[in-house]
Design a protein around this ligand. Structure first.
Ligand code: RIB
Length: 332
């Protein structure tokens, strides 16, 4: 008997990325001429939805192959403005096979914008975010019970969230999902301190060093040692998280689960040109492993997510830089 295709819903931001590629990050008061400029679809929420879609289906030719070959179905919940950027973002999600029926178009509002400056020698970015329509997603939209499931377009096998939509909405969705038994993957970026009970019952927490330090209430330097990583991860498990992932850039990825597995996995080598959406790619691939139906192998999930993210940093842009499933298979 054919098994059901797992369903992933991403509740989060959609931004248009206005990207300048520069010889170095500008200094205070400096006017810098960029080497090139691009307008491309982004937003942590939309990037993670596209990552789930591209990494779950073949499409290396450049566009999604017809339905039926995907290992997961993906839907997006969020808000754009009634402008050309909003239309572009919705169309781009659809072109990658993401269901946009829950992406609302807000009249009179602008679509979220991220101004990104990429330092060409290192590929490192700096981002200024204007949330605009993203901030109209409200807690009432995700109340427990039928309202939550209606907002999500049905019961997902995994709900993914970040923090580029209002914090009170994410906290409400976390509480509602807990009540409804919907597993959640939280990628709390950009990070803020969360209430003590927010992480209770969370299936997966994926944080980078800065986010781990802010959420863990410690200095980032604590994560310089493996003992420090273990202490911070243990704190999250103590707050009720089942699987904790701390991404550490070139130093690798630290993982710990509630059953006691833990360790530091090495980073992969890559020719970095633009780090934008690397974290989102990691989340997408990890999420696909989490819903794959087999018993969850945290080490396997991290290794595969690392491989996907290493491909993303070798290309310019956000959603456009994420590999399709067959591209990843060919390179393994
Ligand atoms: O994670 C990368 C994303 O962060 C960019 O696409 C930008 O929109 C910002 O939200």
């Amino acid at each position: 008997m054919a098994s059901k295709t797992p369903r992933i819903t991403v509740l989060g931001s959609l931004n248009i990325d206005l990207v300048s590629y520069v010889p170095h990050h500008p200094l205070p008061g400096e006017t810098l001429t960029s080497n090139s400029f691009a307008v491309s679809p982004g937003g942590k929420g939309a990037n993670q939805a596209v990552a789930c879609a591209k990494l779950s289906r073949p499409g290396a030719g450049g566009s999604a192959t017809p339905g039926g070959l995907e290992t997961a179905s993906v839907g997006m919940v969020g808000c754009v403005g009634a402008d050309s950027y909003g239309a572009l973002l919705r169309d781009n999600l659809s072109a990658h096979g993401v269901d946009v029926s829950r992406v609302a178009v807000r009249e009179q509002l602008k679509t979220g914008v991220a101004i990104i400056v990429v330092d060409e020698p290192t590929g490192q970015n700096r981002i200024m975010l204007s949330p605009e329509a993203n901030h109209t997603l409200r807690p009432d939209d995700v109340s427990p019970g039928p309202a939550l499931l209606e907002a999500l377009g049905g019961r997902p096998d995994l709900l993914i969230m970040q923090l580029e939509v209002p914090l009170d909405t994410v906290l409400a969705a976390l509480a509602s999902a807990r009540e409804e038994g919907v597993p959640v993957l939280l990628n709390p970026a950009p990070a803020v301190r969360l209430p003590a009970d927010a992480l209770k019952g969370l299936a997966h927490l994926i944080v980078n060093e800065t986010e781990a330090a802010i959420l863990g209430g410690c200095e980032e330097s604590v994560l310089d040692s493996e003992e420090g990583m273990e202490a911070v991860a243990k704190g999250f498990v103590g707050q009720g998280v089942q699987n904790v992932i701390i991404t550490l850039g070139g130093r690798g990825v630290y993982y710990m689960n509630a059953a006691g597995a833990k360790g530091l996995l090495p980073a992969l080598k890559a020719k970095v040109v633009d780090t934008t959406a690397a974290g989102d790619t990691f989340v997408g691939q990890y999420a696909l492993e989490a819903v794959s139906g087999a018993s969850f192998d945290i080490v396997g999930a991290v290794n595969k997510a690392n491989r996907a993210a290493a491909r993303t940093v070798e290309r310019l842009g956000a959603q456009v830089s994420i590999p399709w499933r067959d591209e990843l298979e060919q390179s393994s």
